[in-house]
Design a protein around this ligand. Sequence first.
Ligand code: C2E
Ligand code: CA
Ligand code: CA
Length: 427
Amino acid sequence: MLTRLPNRRLLEDRINLAIRHAHRSSQPLAIVFIDLDHFKQVNDTLGHAVGDELLIQVSQRMQDNLREDDTLARLGGDEFIALLTDIGGFSQATQIAQRLINAVSEAYYINQQSFRIGCSLGISLYPDDGNTAETLIQNADAAMYRAKREGRNTYRLYRSEMDLAAQHHLALESELRNTLETGEGLFMAYQPLIDRDTGQLISTEALVRWRHPTQGIIAPGDFIPLAERSGLILALGEQVIKLVLSDINAWQSAGCRIVPVAINLSATQFWQSNFVDDVTNKITASGIAPNLITFELTESILLNRQAKGIEILTRLSNFGCHIALDDFGTGYSSLSYLQHIPADSLKIDRSFIEGLNDEKRSSRPIVAAIGSMAHELGLTVVAEGVETNAQWQVLGNYAIDTLQGFYISQPLNAQAFSNHWLGLNVE
Ligand code: C2E
Ligand code: CA
Ligand code: CA
């Protein structure tokens, strides 16, 4: 046996066994049908020996990207099936599918020749798409054919009622992946933060935007969760840092008066083991003073791993960057940790600003309490999401230093922001 993988009979036994187990534990399982794209061409042009070697390498790569308890079987020819047990749901299955595609489509070197091959995957899930090995395989096969029809080197889910939403997400996901690869289509919008009393510009927050080829400008709320699920969030975070540094450089070369720029961090990005080194190296390489960069993170990022989180923040702070606690008041973390965090500012969540003039349940006591507590701790207090003059007026009564919101300005592209707020091209 060429690949030393289980055959179809053995696989069916294992699937039926896994179904019994999944039934008891109510953990879904997934069948992934994998078919190489244009394998026949490799065989015909490069010969069977190369074809055989390729199959061995393909199965090795797939196995390297599966977990120990998963089963990879070969049905014959260039068809494989992976049985994934104990998966959380369809999105975990699609993540693994994408990982397999990525691994298989890396270049191969066989007989001093380098070439690539793609693969098309179809996914069926127990219990949604069938409850016998036979039906699950059949449905995964059907989904695989759809992947072939719809462009190859991709995957499709069998699950039909999920199809529309899922297909839409998948399309968006692969477009986002392209955007991140080419580095085109993402840009930053900048929203000013002003002094509550003087109206002077204090700093700005960088908010990512995606200029989609057909859907116009997409807000982060519509693609960051997708980026999180698909693992693209790291590439996105890197791109954001690059864009912000290059915008600051451009403003500086144009002779603008610069204020600190806040960058939002995702949990995945923050907990990357080389995050601090990576980001401080990038800032150093850009020639931009570290105190022009603020990192914004929500309190929930630190939840469960406070000591380690504080260590990371301390390194950033010692490097010279500012730290802001975002969406404050919405998490559930204890207040006691606040005094240990080397934060410079605290942003009261928009929902409390929205509720300031709520007649029944005004959020004023909360805003008052957060404001004075933060001041006691030596933090600058920001009210975000200020949309009306009435809110601004009320905020005058509390310990608030800085305001941000549509009432002051919408987020603007780099050019518009520097024109309006950094004193460039002032008429
Ligand atoms: P956030 O960090 O709380 O950012 C503030 C959001 O509130 C922005 O939405 C901003 O446009 C919006 N906003 C500002 N003023 C007002 C107002 O007066 N009223 C209302 N209703 N909204 C206001 P945006 O740009 O859609 O960003 C949404 C979220 O996406 C951000 O929330 C942040 O969590 C995340 N995000 C944005 N850019 C990035 C990024 O570069 N990296 C990461 N990891 N997350 C980002
Ligand atoms: Ca923010
Ligand atoms: Ca916020």
